[in-house]
Design a binder for this molecule. Structure first.
Ligand SMILES: Nc1ncnc2c1ncn2[C@@H]1O[C@H](COP(=O)(O)OP(=O)(O)OP(=O)(O)O)[C@@H](O)[C@H]1O
Length: 291
């Protein structure tokens, strides 16, 4: 994938030679959407997150539709990672409501959300790099489901059976991202792209309904970027939903069915990729241009 193929500079030119884009109202709240049953997949309403005097997220509304890969883009410091942290229970919102499949989840910790199928991926740390790929997956399940070590010592027979079952789940997760052949490889030996696939497979251990991905393409070589995009698309086809924060706009264009743009803690606009990148407010937010 050519990372220079789509830039916001291109979209500036696009605006000059084409009809003016139809702006959506940034102030209008995200529409309530349903998953074909009663409830939306994820509904974020009026979410705020302040750090002392700084409001990193300033009243954000999102509505995620089941079966769609949703992108979240915006310039550095826009509040994207903070919003992912709040949705995934890593941090508590200062205000606002978050509903997942119709249930209020704003006050739930990360492992309780993971148990409900809402999972956020994390970079493989240096310590986890010492473990093999398979061990990383087993640990992901144990830590995110909140399993205690005491039960491991108290009931070794049961634990052995559970461990065998967990290895089967891990094998399936690794096969889904085409990484089973690397199960015994120390994670530190993997390429940037393979590490991203490992992060994805760690999330798959938790049988996710929605995966939150923070910069999946960062540090990934172009050839692996295509593998990563194809893998995420395939998983989406298998029923996994994604909310993806990504700076590489080629990847966003290739992956995302719907894109939200954030700047200075707020949602500027939302819509199909081609539409939002030709929005004058988006160009201004990225380039600092007055239009
Ligand atoms: N733990 C924290 N304490 C204080 N300020 C924070 C904290 N986390 C984020 N911020 C601030 O909140 C704002 C939004 O940061 P955030 O990382 O969410 O933006 P982002 O859109 O993800 O940026 P980038 O694309 O550069 O990762 C920034 O001004 C940042 O400095």
């Amino acid at each position: 994938m050519n990372s220079s193929a789509i830039t916001l500079q291109d979209s500036v030119e696009f605006r000059i030679v084409s009809d003016p884009p139809q702006f959506q109202s940034a102030a209008s709240p995200a529409a309530v959407v349903t998953n074909g049953q009663d409830a939306p997949l994820l509904q974020v309403q009026g979410v705020r997150k302040a750090y002392g005097g700084l409001e990193a997220v300033s009243g954000v509304d999102l509505g995620l539709i089941e079966g769609r890969i949703t992108g979240l883009i915006g310039p550095n410091g826009a509040g994207k990672t903070t919003l992912l942290n709040v949705i995934s229970g890593v941090e508590r919102a200062t205000a606002g409501r978050i509903q997942f499949l119709g249930d209020e989840i704003g006050s739930l910790p990360q492992h309780r959300l993971a148990a409900r199928g809402l999972v956020r991926t994390f970079q493989i740390s240096r310590e986890l790099g010492q473990l093999t790929v398979l061990e990383n997956l087993l640990l992901a399940r144990a830590s995110q489901t909140g399993e205690g070590l005491i039960s491991v010592f108290a009931r070794p027979g049961r634990i052995r059976r559970e461990e065998e079952a967990a290895i089967e789940v891990a094998r399936s997760a690794l096969q889904r991202v085409n990484m089973w052949r690397l199960a015994d490889e120390p994670a530190a030996n993997l390429s940037g792209g393979q590490k991203k696939l490992l992060e994805l497979s760690r999330a798959l251990m938790l049988k996710p309904r929605l995966i939150l991905l923070d910069e999946p393409a960062a540090g990934v070589a172009p050839a692996m970027e295509e593998v990563l995009v194809a893998t995420i698309r395939r998983l989406a086809g298998e029923g996994v939903n994604f909310l993806i924060v990504e700076h590489d706009l080629d990847v966003v264009a290739a992956l995302c069915d719907h894109v939200y743009v954030m700047a200075a803690g707020k949602v500027l606009t939302e819509g199909p990729f081609a539409e939002v990148v030709s929005d004058a407010r988006v160009v201004e937010a990225y380039l600092g241009l007055k239009t």
